[in-house]
Ligand binder design. Structure first.
Ligand SMILES: [Zn+2]
Length: 339
């Protein structure tokens, strides 16, 4: 018997220093969700949109709001917002965005605590350490992304399911630059299916691109409504983990949200194998960085003529990193403003 899963993927391409526009970090994140838990996760995410957190169900139409006596149409509409990490900034985020993003991160952490942690694999490629001109003259980031995407999936299906065979029903990816890439949408899953047949079978070999704004699927094109929420969830978690590691923004709200994930990120980096941890991340969650050494010609070292990764590159994955964002305490901040 194989385990049926779906994969939800998102990318982040950003500068380390927000005053500087060099796009020097490329992050790839995949969530590996067993099909039989998917709807429960989506329901929980939806539920967190309601002002009354005791309500078990969220209806996007105000008329069907279970909390209608205490809700207002304008609040209800506002709570139906897209959760997009980039927009979570003190100065511009709506109350809905602030509240729901926090609830989602807390839910993510509760899942770890309840031993049903959401399986994910994240790879950060530090472009400053590489001679990226070797990856083509145009679309360098996209070409690099394409090369590393398969390794992120490969590691997850091999490591997160107790050596059971995995049947990957679908792979969903946030709409973005990769949708237009010459062969990213069509070739990667075919290649993986050929490379690791003993580990995973990829049923649908085309990557499905999903709009992270779920409103584009309501009410007429409902097919990816649930998936759109999961893509938002991946975006939120990837954004906050990136913030912990690289301190990408000095915005207080961003720091506040990322601080919630700080203890988990710290463990995943500094103590990645701990079967006794109450966070239950071992063999379920992973963060790694690439490359370890600097300045080598990774193109020749790591890829063969067909663009496949070769053994030598494995040594270059590492977790040798200190979290750049210190723990942030908003209460302390307001005190220091006061004095
Ligand atoms: Zn409502």
């Amino acid at each position: 018997m194989s385990i049926e899963i779906e994969i939800f993927a998102d990318e982040i391409i950003c500068p380390i220093d927000f005053n500087n526009n060099t796009r020097n970090i490329l992050g790839i994140c995949c969530f590996f969700i067993p099909v039989n838990t998917k709807q429960e996760i989506v329901n929980q995410l939806l539920r967190k949109r309601c002002i009354n957190s005791d309500n078990l169900k969220w209806n996007y139409e105000f008329d069907a709001c279970l909390n209608k006596t205490n809700c207002k149409e304008s609040w209800h509409k506002s709570n139906d917002c897209e959760i997009h990490n980039q927009n979570i900034r003190s100065s511009r985020a709506s109350n809905s965005l602030k509240t729901i993003s926090k609830k989602w991160i807390k839910y993510f952490i509760e899942k770890n605590r309840a031993e049903k942690s959401i399986r994910f694999n994240i790879l950060f490629i530090e472009l400053d350490k590489m001679d990226i001109s070797k990856f083509g003259e145009s679309k360098i980031h996209e070409n690099m992304y394409n090369k590393f995407f398969r390794t992120v999936i490969n590691y997850g299906v091999k490591s997160f399911f107790n050596n059971s065979k995995v049947l990957v029903k679908n792979v969903y990816h946030d709409k973005g630059s990769m949708e237009k890439h010459a062969y990213f949408p069509y070739l990667n899953l075919y290649k993986l299916n050929d490379e690791i047949p003993e580990v995973a079978i990829f049923e649908n070999k085309d990557i499905i691109f999903v709009d992270s704004n779920h409103k584009n699927y309501v009410p007429h094109k409902k097919e990816y409504y649930s998936e759109s929420h999961l893509i938002q969830f991946v975006d939120l978690i990837l954004g906050n983990i990136s913030q912990c590691l690289f301190n990408l923004s000095n915005d207080n709200l961003k720091k506040e949200n990322a601080t919630l994930l700080h203890p988990l990120v710290e463990r995943l980096i500094n103590k990645s194998r701990d079967y006794y941890s109450s966070w239950h991340y071992t063999d379920r969650q992973n963060i790694s960085l690439f490359p370890k050494s600097e300045g080598n010609n990774f193109k020749n070292k790591c890829f063969d003529l067909n663009g496949n990764l070769v053994d030598d590159f494995i040594k270059e994955f590492h977790k040798d990193k200190t979290l750049k964002m210190p723990f942030y305490n908003p209460e302390q901040e307001s005190l220091s403003k006061f004095f």
